[in-house]
Design a binder for this molecule. Structure first.
Ligand SMILES: [Zn+2]
Length: 437
């Protein structure tokens, strides 16, 4: 067991200790990672949602040289030993000076203490207990066991938390035996008690919250610096509320303002006018899109009429085969269907080659009786390709080297089918005479 100096003082940055044990944790590509245990340490190992500290261990070698081992991670094992991960081994018995990365620790203290406060406010105001906590790289969150939270409740919780920060209430730590902790829990004074034997470390926010915790905390709520709620999302078990404290809250607010200011600069308006401007722009875009669709539809109608004039029927069939490099697939589909519905005995085999593969659309007028989808599917299947659709309209995507050959084959097989149908029908019905030629 290593003596944990942060239990007594969360603000201890440097300390002296002796190497108790050393072992090789891993070796990859010739680089070893060492685990060093000290008789006492101020380094916090990952636990309770709070990440480990980083820092440095310094030792004087026998020759007088100063040896520095960077502490890259800190973990505790099941026996309560704290292991410091370094790339340099330090022999057992070596006297070392430890220094923790204070900026990182202070940030963790602020987020973690802020979590105590936030969980306490949620418990008191909304009767919502915290089931888990995660301290992330930029944002932290708690998971609450609650069915729903109204937006105004969230704002009230944030205000209350910040009022408690401004009141600068003392945050104190004391150790009690389990029986006393259980009594406090039974009386409703203690918020939560972990399932473990031995003494219990209690953290108290004066006249507001009492909770069991082994983490590092502020001396008074003022040191949390401020708390900003960042979002809320429904989870399977309840609600996840994300937040940032202290300098992180300032950084998050600064980032928000920068984003908002960029948006308002683009629009040449003030920050407060951005939501109304976006709403207006969305309405305008919707109207413009409606107008665009209408114009595209009209354009496709005129385009279809022009193609029907350009391509005259041959053997009683108008076969329009075109590839467009400046029209999208949606327009080509619209054009094919307009063409097939406006002119008799007409087949449209149109391709949009704006991008590759090209979208190919096959459509026929209703006075022709073959199934576009089946015909396209069968033709493509023979080449190991896929495509299909309804009786009137079918489509597929074709690569550059397939487009010409497949289109030619489709045209040929359609012409053959229609002329065969016409010669069969002619002797018995005479229907062909009524068909426009
Ligand atoms: Zn804590």
């Amino acid at each position: 067991m290593s003596e944990r100096l942060y239990y007594a003082d969360s603000f201890l940055r440097t300390f002296s200790a002796k190497v108790a044990d050393v072992r090789e944790a891993s070796r990859a590509e010739g680089v070893s990672i060492w685990q060093i245990a000290l008789d006492r340490s101020a380094f916090y190992p990952s636990s309770g949602g709070q990440p480990y500290d980083t820092g440095v261990l310094t030792a004087n070698s026998r020759s007088g040289a100063v040896l520095e081992a960077l502490v890259e991670a800190v973990e505790e094992d099941e026996h309560g030993t704290v292991w410091h991960y370094t790339r340099k081994p330090l022999a057992a018995g070596t006297e070392v000076q430890g220094m923790i990365d204070w900026q990182r620790r202070l940030d963790h203290i602020q987020q973690h203490s802020g979590q105590h406060l936030l969980s306490a406010v949620f418990a008191r105001e909304l009767n919502a207990s915290t089931v888990s906590f995660h301290l992330g790289d930029t944002i932290s969150h708690i998971d609450l066991a609650i069915g729903s939270i109204a937006h105004h409740s969230l704002e009230r919780v944030e205000t209350l938390a910040n009022e408690l920060i401004a009141e600068d209430r003392a945050v104190t730590v004391r150790t009690v035996d389990r029986a006393e902790a259980e009594a406090l829990l039974a009386m409703g004074h203690l918020r939560k008690l972990p399932e473990r034997a031995g003494t219990i470390r209690l953290v108290e926010i004066a006249d507001y919250d009492l909770n069991a915790c082994g983490g590092t905390h502020v001396r008074s709520t003022g040191q949390i610096g401020g708390l900003l709620l960042r979002g809320m999302e429904k989870t399977s078990r309840g609600f996840r509320v994300s937040f940032a404290c202290g300098l992180r809250a300032v950084a998050a607010a600064r980032e928000d303002l920068t984003t908002l200011s960029r948006a308002s600069t683009f629009l040449s308006i003030g920050n407060v006018d951005v939501p109304a401007a976006i709403e207006r722009m969305k309405a305008e875009a919707k109207a413009a899109e409606k107008e665009r669709q209408k114009l595209r539809d009209e354009l496709a109608g005129y385009h279809a009429a022009r193609l029907a004039v350009e391509v005259q029927p041959r053997d009683g069939l108008r076969f329009v085969r075109r590839t467009f490099t400046d029209r999208d697939s949606e327009y080509v589909r619209l054009l094919a269907s307009k063409l097939a519905s406006s002119a008799p005995r007409t087949i449209a085999l149109l391709a949009s080659a704006e991008n590759w593969p090209a979208r190919v659309v096959l459509a026929r007028s209703r006075d022709l009786d073959f199934h576009c989808g089946n015909l396209l599917r069968d033709t493509l299947a023979a080449r190991g390709l896929r495509g299909g659709g309804s009786a009137d309209l079918a489509q597929t995507d074709l690569a550059k080297d397939q487009l010409e050959a497949v289109s030619a084959e489709l045209e040929q097989s359609i012409r053959e089918r229609i002329s065969a149908g016409a010669s069969e029908a002619q002797p018995s019905s005479g229907l062909s005479q009524s068909l426009p030629r």
